[in-house]
Design a protein around this ligand. Structure first.
Ligand code: MSP
Length: 580
């Protein structure tokens, strides 16, 4: 029976247009999904948008639109971007879709019928930006996640008996593969060990959400609504046989990939909801770090985002995909800069894979009329040929192991190690000099060198395909090998390049980028920039105390010092330096 593989991205909030932080998670999932398909798994890759809740309601209000209009617009932007980037998702779920709403209500019912929901009153602090109840906070306290001032909420709510799941969750975390990386797992374990309080799972003071079944004065807490997308999209709670079958086939998810700021929702709340509903648990939750720009987390509210479209326009999707997976150590934070992007592009793609492809294929064209030559008899072999075969086999093995542990950067390093080895091999063997000679020995040596180079190129190209699908598909066609998607990665081995294969038309896949590429991207971003203030049009919650007018820093007669009266007017603030 074919193995199934189900992978998800978080569903993105529709209060902000997509940026490369969102693209990062989507690209990582797309790459994993593509590799799984090439390994023969029946793969389902899900992404979508998270459209309910107070945060979206307020953003829509600030934009003078209805929440639905607003969600329609931004959700369409995400969808269009993924399409433009060739993201291979199998479905795109929106939480405002009927199929989702009905099935979330089914989930709520299942949890309620099993005795894990009760009515109570919540009084406490809430962060609208993170849609997070902040336990133990006082009015005016900042949100521990984003630092914004929390709002006091006092309302009748439905509560979920989260406290009942503490032991079961801790048992679950005993499996080291459930939460990765280790640092996140440890954080979650200590959070759960410190004691779990029951969780409010409905809101009654606004209406932009899914009504609680049988009590429409309440809407379901947006995180319960959003997390449920992972099961509603594949048919949970549906009455249709086809949908039920899909759910049976794909659930539980093999991988939920997320950013590190939403670990608690995925590793504590989500498994507890599933346990309460009597459903199976996902197999792994993989949290990556943040993309930083100008040293802080790239995000709309900080106003430091980089638009994906800018990079697509100038360098293409493969450049961004390769850069993010090669440059950032998965699981850790990583900085983005246009300089680093262009440098990587030139060194690894234009001068690395691109150059290897064009020099190898051009020489096969020139010296063997565009047909893959036969590596010749033992007499024309040299130890360097076998060294390439060994490096190629090691690359296949190590790439697979590292990639399947989500160590994308190291996996790519091994494939590019093979490319570098072949480059060196070509330089040492000087096929262009052999090509000048017509004697039989030189011809057969030339055939061996070019076959060896082409075969190594084929292997590096197949390994890299899930990461840089467009360019590798082009190289594959240029090599005369047909559809690269059909490659069975599990069987990839040396010696499968058919002798005599007729090459296709050759053209460069990664033209070199010069300095102007950096300037162009910077300019495009400058032109697009809207002030952060304009972007965060959320009506601000009432401040805990009225903010005083900005104090004068010096008094004219105080020798550069302020007076005690000025001092009394000052608002002192404490900040935490998160990145230096
Ligand atoms: N809607 C929730 C998720 C619900 S999932 C059931 C949400 N949405 S979000 O729009 O804020 O997207 C968060 C995700 O986008 C992060 O978890 C991460 O995957 C990605 N990223 C957004 N900004 C990012 C960076 N600056 N860096 C890396 N990833 C980032 O939270």
């Amino acid at each position: 029976m074919t193995r199934k593989f189900y992978i998800t991205t978080p569903i993105y909030y529709v209060n902000a247009r997509p940026h490369i932080g969102h693209a990062y998670t989507t690209i990582a999932c797309d790459t994993v999904a593509r590799r799984q398909r090439m390994l023969g798994a029946d793969t389902f890759f899900l992404t979508g948008t998270d459209e309910h809740g107070q945060k979206i309601e307020r953003a829509a209000q600030a934009a003078g639109k209805t929440p639905q209009q607003y969600a329609d617009e931004i959700s369409a932007q995400f969808r269009a971007l993924w399409k433009r980037m060739g993201i291979s998702n199998d479905d795109y779920i929106r939480t405002t879709e009927d199929r989702h709403k009905k099935r979330v209500q089914e989930l709520f019912r299942a949890i309620r019928d099993r005795g894990f929901i009760y009515k109570g009153t919540y009084t406490g602090q809430y962060c609208v930006s993170d849609e997070l109840y902040v336990d133990g906070a006082q009015p005016g306290d900042p949100c521990p996640t984003c630092g914004r001032v929390t709002e006091t909420v006092h309302e009748e709510n439905y509560f979920f008996k989260l406290s009942a799941f503490q032991d079961k969750l801790l048992e679950l975390y005993a499996n080291p593969d459930f939460i990765r990386p280790e640092t996140r797992r440890n954080e979650v374990i200590s959070f759960v060990k410190s004691g779990l309080r029951d969780l409010s799972i409905s809101r009654s003071t606004f209406s932009w959400g899914i009504p609680v079944p049988d009590d429409p004065g309440h809407v379901i807490y947006v995180w319960l609504d959003a997390l449920a997308n992972y099961i509603t999209a594949i048919g949970y709670g549906s009455k249709h046989a086809g949908a039920q079958e899909a759910f049976k086939k794909y659930w539980p998810a093999d991988v939920h990939m997320i950013g590190k700021e939403i670990v608690r929702f995925h590793c504590v709340y989500w498994p507890a909801f599933l346990l309460a509903a009597g459903l199976e648990l996902p197999k792994a939750i993989i949290a990556h770090g943040w993309l930083l720009f100008e040293e802080s987390k790239m995000s709309k509210s900080r106003g430091n985002i980089v638009r994906t479209e800018t990079i697509l326009d100038v360098l293409g999707a493969d450049a961004l995909r390769y850069f993010l997976l090669r440059e950032v150590v998965f699981g850790q934070d990583g900085s983005f800069s246009f300089d680093a992007l262009v440098q990587r592009y030139n060194s690894d793609l234009a001068n690395g894979l691109g150059n290897l492809a064009s020099r190898t294929l051009t020489m096969i064209n020139r010296y063997f009329k565009g047909e893959v030559p036969y590596p010749s008899n033992a007499a024309s072999r040299a130890p360097g040929d076998d060294a390439i075969i060994i490096t190629a086999h090691r690359a296949i093995k190590d790439f697979g192991t590292l990639f399947d542990q989500f160590q994308f950067s190291r996996a790519l390093e091994t494939a590019w190690g093979l490319i570098a080895a072949v480059d060196k091999y070509i330089v040492e063997n000087e096929p262009w000099s052999l090509g000048e000679k017509q004697d039989e020995d030189s011809r057969s040596r030339l055939a061996t060198v070019l076959y060896t180079s082409a075969e190594a190129l084929r292997i590096a190209t197949a390994l890299a395909h899930p990461v840089i699908p467009d360019a590798t598909a082009k190289i594959w066609t240029q090599m005369g090998l047909g559809d690269i998607k059909k490659v069975a990665l599990a069987d990839l081995a040396w010696g499968q390049l058919p002798l005599g294969t007729k090459l296709g038309e050759i053209s460069p896949v990664f033209p070199r980028a010069d300095k102007s590429a950096i300037e162009r991207m910077q300019q495009m971003e400058e032109q697009q920039k809207t002030p952060a203030a304009e972007e965060t049009k959320l009506p601000a919650p009432a401040p805990a105390a009225p903010a005083p007018a900005a104090p004068a820093v010096t008094s004219p007669d105080g020798g550069g010092k302020i007076t005690i009266d000025d001092f009394a007017k000052m608002e002192l603030r404490v900040g935490l330096v998160k990145v230096a």
